[in-house]
Design a protein around this ligand. Sequence first.
Ligand code: FRU
Length: 452
Amino acid sequence: MRENVLHLKAPGNWINDPNGFIYYDGWYHLFFQHFPYAPVWGTMHWGHAVSRDLVHWKHLGIAVFPTKSYDRNGVFSGSAIERGGELCLYYSAVRYLKENPENIHCAPEGGFETSQAMITSSDGFHFENWKDKRQIIPVIHNREMADPADTRDPKVWREMGRYYMVLGSTWEKKQGQAVFFISEDGEHWEFLSRQPKEAFGHTLECPDLFRVGDQRILLGSPMGVMKDGLEYPSNAMGWRAEFQPETGKLELLGEGQLVDCGMDLYAPQTTLDREGRRVMIAWMRMPKAAEPENSEDGLPWNGMMCLPRVVEVKDGHIYFRVHPEVEKHFAPAAAAEMTVLMEGWKEQGRGMGIFRIKTKLPEGEGLNIGGYRIWREDGAIKTDRSQVFQGISGYRTCFSTPQVEGECRLDIFVEPNLIEIFVNEGEYVLSSVVYDMKPFVEGKADSWYVFS
Ligand code: FRU
């Protein structure tokens, strides 16, 4: 079966959000939104990959696919828990009310309804799509609770002997809201609360509420928050939060922050790793499929996951650090090796030739990686991808972190379609999808590492 290292990529054709991310019975399981027939979004399935270490991933094919009337048009995003030794996957089940005769894979505007469903598996590897699914929250037709179409992406957790579920939703397509349900057994659910927030755009997607130490964090993807008229008006945000389990009241503390300053990252999902750290993975949106020659089997592919990142909080700020398992796999190398690696990208296939650069960037200095420019200006780290994003219009090309106080240590991971810059051990991260990088690195780099 196909293997990926570091970044999980579409096994061919399309993927989006990470789903059902969990460490279960000795394996990391990562499911994902998958359209297996073309490199575009369409009727959703859950693809499945597993890893022992969050670094080496094995694709296992499709785990969950439409079989029921309620999920006939898509198995949308959701999450996983372990319950009494079983793996439980929660997802949003989509059914179209009208059909587009020219494209059965997309609903005409407003023409669908959503319920919440689950499927259980006794080992995490076998899924009986006909036998082991059940609809657990039928379509909601009560405006005082949630929207019948846009209420989705159940994230389930256990707390104080009960199960909680948070869903992304909207109030009249005007105001994003988080919706909470509660359950004694993980199967029978009761509505707990609806929490509209200005910060949730017109619709909230993929909320994830968890604790890091004593601090609750909410990650979510509010729609329609970027007002510059460019693509990706929705973006992943993180907030420190307070949540009252008894009443379902949610409070956001402060303005919130971008999960990634590159703004390609979307729909982050977290779980606890083997050591109990909170680890996050998210979808890197790609405006076009990657080069077919940069693929093992010649299939076009669109969509990949970011590096696993550990979520921490310090002085009220959320950090996203490189996961320690990733750190283990890089060995020092000579500068000249980078160009050789980059020259080999086309032949070697995807995932090969990943390298890493560390550098301290003083004001005014920078580097250029294959056409991707990184520099420090007014204290902030800025990037410009216009040279490695050619022929793609309507998307952002220039990015910036907020101003960084004092020293600025960059830890940069580079592979053919993705550059991830960790600033000061995850104080900020700025990641960009890129295409057709040229084989060179210029400017201020202090040390070099290759994947080993
Ligand atoms: C986020 C999202 C989710 C939904 C899924 C469908 O990218 O829109 O809200 O469940 O993708 O693929």
